[in-house]
Design a protein around this ligand. Structure first.
Ligand code: PMP
Ligand code: GLU
Length: 400
């Protein structure tokens, strides 16, 4: 009999985390590897936020703090939801976790009974299905093609709701495609959701502030306030404030769900770090000026990558409106043969070939549930991006 629980056999380790670690390890060994697999900004945490952390340490904010968040952080989150999203959450409708990932995990553990279904539009962020499986739910993957902007339509949503549907996962701007749901698109989805009062919606807004081309961010609980009590509005400091290592995410939802999630935290991790909480108060309340500056760099990088990738035969790439990923189509590469005589039969083969032949690390589309595509993160310097695109071109030119 194995020591490992049966439920672990249903899930796999996170591909985004794994590929990133592998590529960075190769680079640390001295290999010439360009890592475009990372799901994090390359900018440092802004100085005012780091200063707030130093101050908190010096003032002795080093003891246990409430799992739901310190009063100062709870208030900062409440203000943020009201100011940015026009959603009024009471303090007992807010909770803080060890990153957005942890919030999703706790939400699923708190609400899923064996066999409950969770609708996940594909391409999806890699962790959604596995978290649902860990909670003994059934991920219902709904393929959303490039033609439909990689977004679920109201018709697809209606067709996939059953009596077992517990959650719909929405992620806008999306990882891996950068696609954004407009207010009108959310309104269309809300019409379907209003007909199904047992379906809850997890709105993953973690890339909310990384948006280009004048697009306006919208989230379901503010587009359709009558759905607010069925929404879990997820956000965090990882992406907008360049704080991936601080491990802090938060959400607003119904008192009932928040209280259940709090019960889980009280018996597991207790809370995230008190220092991360103090730093996040400054992130949310302090200057937001650097976000514009970062977005200006991201936009320039997006344009470089999209332009360069579209010059490569066999690859076509849309310009995404948010986040810092591109999700190019590589159908023109599939079926070709490498100089070593290996056929590229899928996007994973293509990513392995790019890594081995030219040292470019990206993540294959199959990991996100839609092939043949691949995800490149452009949260790195212009020089690295240009070098990476040249290498991808060289690798593709050698295929026959
Ligand atoms: N949601 C999405 C769509 C993400 O890309 C990430 C990135 N890791 C997360 C949630 C969670 O981020 P974190 O746990 O760092 O807050
Ligand atoms: N969300 C990021 C990514 O997709 C970070 C890694 C992870 O947690 O998955 O690459």
């Amino acid at each position: 009999m194995s020591i490992i629980a049966d439920r672990l056999s249903k899930i796999k380790p996170s591909m985004t985390v794994g590929i990133n670690i592998k590529a960075n390890a190769l680079r640390a060994e001295g290999k010439d590897v360009l890592v475009l697999a990372a799901g994090e900004p390359d900018f440092d945490t802004p100085q005012n936020i780091r200063n707030a952390a130093f101050k908190a340490m010096e003032e002795g904010q080093t003891r246990y703090v409430p799992g739901k968040g310190t009063p100062a952080l709870q208030k900062a989150i409440q203000d943020k939801f009201l100011k940015d999203n026009n959603i009024k959450y009471d303090l007992d409708e807010i909770i803080v976790g060890v990153g957005g990932k942890h919030i999703i995990y706790n939400a699923m553990m708190a609400t899923i009974n064996p066999g409950d279904e969770v609708i996940i539009p594909a391409p999806f962020w890699v962790s959604y299905p596995d978290i649902v499986l860990l909670a003994e739910g059934n991920p219902i993957i709904v393929e959303c093609s490039q033609k439909q902007g990689f977004k679920i339509s109201a018709k697809q949503l209606a067709e996939n709701i059953t009596s077992k549907t517990k959650w719909l996962m929405l992620n806008s701007p999306s990882n891996p495609t950068g696609a954004i749901y407009s207010k009108d698109e959310l309104k269309e989805l809300s019409k379907v959701l209003l007909k199904h009062p047992n379906v809850f919606i997890l709105s993953d807004d973690i890339y909310e502030k990384i948006i280009y081309d004048g697009f306006e961010f919208s989230t379901l609980a503010s587009v359709e306030p009558s759905l607010k009590k069925r929404c879990l509005t997820l956000n965090g400091v990882s992406k907008s404030y360049c704080m991936t290592g601080w491990r802090l995410g938060y959400c607003g939802s119904s008192k009932e769900i928040i209280s259940a999630m709090n019960k889980i935290q009280s018996q597991s991790n207790t809370s995230t770090s008190s220092i991360s909480m103090a730093a996040s108060v400054e992130a949310l309340n302090g200057t937001q000026d650097f976000i514009k500056i970062h977005n200006k760099s991201f936009l320039k990088r997006r344009d470089i990558v999209v332009e360069e990738l579209n010059k490569i035969q066999g690859i076509s790439c849309l310009a995404p409106q948010g986040a810092f990923y591109v999700y190019p189509n590589c159908s023109g590469i599939i079926g070709k043969v490498t100089p070593k005589g290996n056929e590229i039969s899928n996007d994973e083969d293509f990513m392995n070939y790019l890594l081995e032949s030219e040292g470019v690390a990206g993540v294959h589309g199959a990991a996100f549930g839609l092939s043949p595509y691949f995800r490149l993160s452009y949260a790195t310097s212009d020089e690295i991006l240009i070098d990476a695109c040249n290498r991808i071109k060289k690798a593709c030119d050698q295929l026959t």
